[in-house]
Design a protein around this ligand. Sequence first.
Ligand SMILES: Nc1ncnc2c1ncn2[C@@H]1O[C@H](COP(=O)(O)OP(=O)(O)OP(=O)(O)O)[C@@H](O)[C@H]1O
Ligand SMILES: [Mg+2]
Length: 529
Amino acid sequence: MTAPLDPTPKPTGAIALDTLDLTKRFGTFTALDHVSLKVVPGTVHALLGENGAGKSTLVKCVVGYQRAEEGSVLIDGREHDIATPVIARDLGIGMVYQHFTLVPGMTVAENLLLARGHIPAVVDWPAVRKELAAFLDTTPFKLDLDATPQQLSAGQKQKLEILKQLLLKPRLLILDEPTSVLTPQEADEVLGLLRDRAHAGECSIVLITHKFREVNAYADDVSVLRRGRLVAAHRVSQTSAQQLATDMVGGGADDAKREFSAPERAVREAGPERLKVSKLTVDGDRGQIAVDDLSLTVRGGEIVGVAGVAGNGQRELLEALVGQRRISTGEVHIGNERFHATRAQNFRLKVRSLPEEPLRNACVGELSVADNMGMRRFDRAPVSRLGWMHAGQLRERARALIEQFGVKTRGELAPIRSLSGGNVQRAVLARELSEEADVLIVANPVFGLDFAAVAEIHQRLMDVRNRGGAVLLISEDLDELLALSDRVLVMSEGRIVHETRAADADRNVLGAHMGGGHHAATEAEAVAA
Ligand SMILES: Nc1ncnc2c1ncn2[C@@H]1O[C@H](COP(=O)(O)OP(=O)(O)OP(=O)(O)O)[C@@H](O)[C@H]1O
Ligand SMILES: [Mg+2]
């Protein structure tokens, strides 16, 4: 029986990674077309590209999760046939996947141990816990070893995924959009840690991201994929965000400019109250109070942003509002009607929503894109009449939405989990935003979207507001909140602790309230008094 934590970790040392003419096909579709990527040891190498460009496919081929049809993978200049992720792990290659891989029924501690591929039958838990706690101390992350993944926010899950890999002392660590669910401060912590380890020569890092800020601040080199081809490779110090945007979308400088344009906000008075939350209390997964006597209102023609550090009750608030979590006390009204988030009410009152992790929370992965797009309305005419579904109409409507929202899929009958991460998000947004919304409840809506899609979705959210809809936007991204909101609320420990008009908002003040510091609270009270 081996000890769960290896007392003599393998020697570390950064790996040189080269792919030579890597080509990957799915049926007749070429996802990777002769890609030759070069990662210098001890560097942070960023990989950029639009949704569906092939980024995840490329790194999955490197770690043996998928097999390329042609080409080779070189580790320190030697060709290796990496047929499975286990072989990759033995070579010292770790990967943090775009979708979470945590085991729901296991604790944080057990999930950490599982990184080795197995948990021994006999575990000396006191010793292991001590070692894990000591390991956690070498990182800037704080995690409760006894929590289970359901109890963690998306950001905390992401940190756990990264810790799982760091525990193995990888020589090459690949991270597929690790910062999508992190606040900018958390992203800085994570990326700073990874860069330091790389520059110390312990490992090489491949970082997939959509954020130019992160490339600029943390990467040494950057490669860009477009439609399965490697179209550019630069030293970060010798390129610009504008250049990278142009590389990503190909030539069209107009497309590239979209990133730099803010959504168009129509000048309008806020209308009557549409969404009213009164003294809402909601329990968390462990029976603790997650949402604490919270009240808020959103008027028609208004976007109300909810800022906050992950884990302060935002997830539970959203789940309660969309009917996925029991409300302990308090009420929700849409207009004058008491709201219970039933299908019938959602339909009649035109309430739409987008939860976090849509592939898990808003889709059925095995079903087709068309079925998933139809989910909200498959019992509504014209798609259904006399009680059965008209598959033809369902498909036709799906095709129209795919076109309209630019979802990259091989067709409306492809299972939704075969789509790239950003395209799953687009498909769900297409479903939720395709019909007039009177009330829209969204959390982190642009998680994992490339810059062009971010601009487009932001504009669509703004359009709902401009047409008089009420939008509640829960987000961990202050930039997003300030760009879109009319009013910003700060949520801390289950309560709204601060409110301001977005136009008057001061980041430092918001940050202080988000930190939930006693100082900030007393200051706010002083102002209120
Ligand atoms: N298992 C699969 N079966 C069929 N097609 C697939 C499969 N995996 C990926 N694809 C297709 O390959 C293309 C590249 O997908 P990939 O996931 O690599 O994109 P990506 O660059 O990571 O995008 P994103 O930024 O949205 O995560 C997409 O068009 C996708 O639909
Ligand atoms: Mg991807």
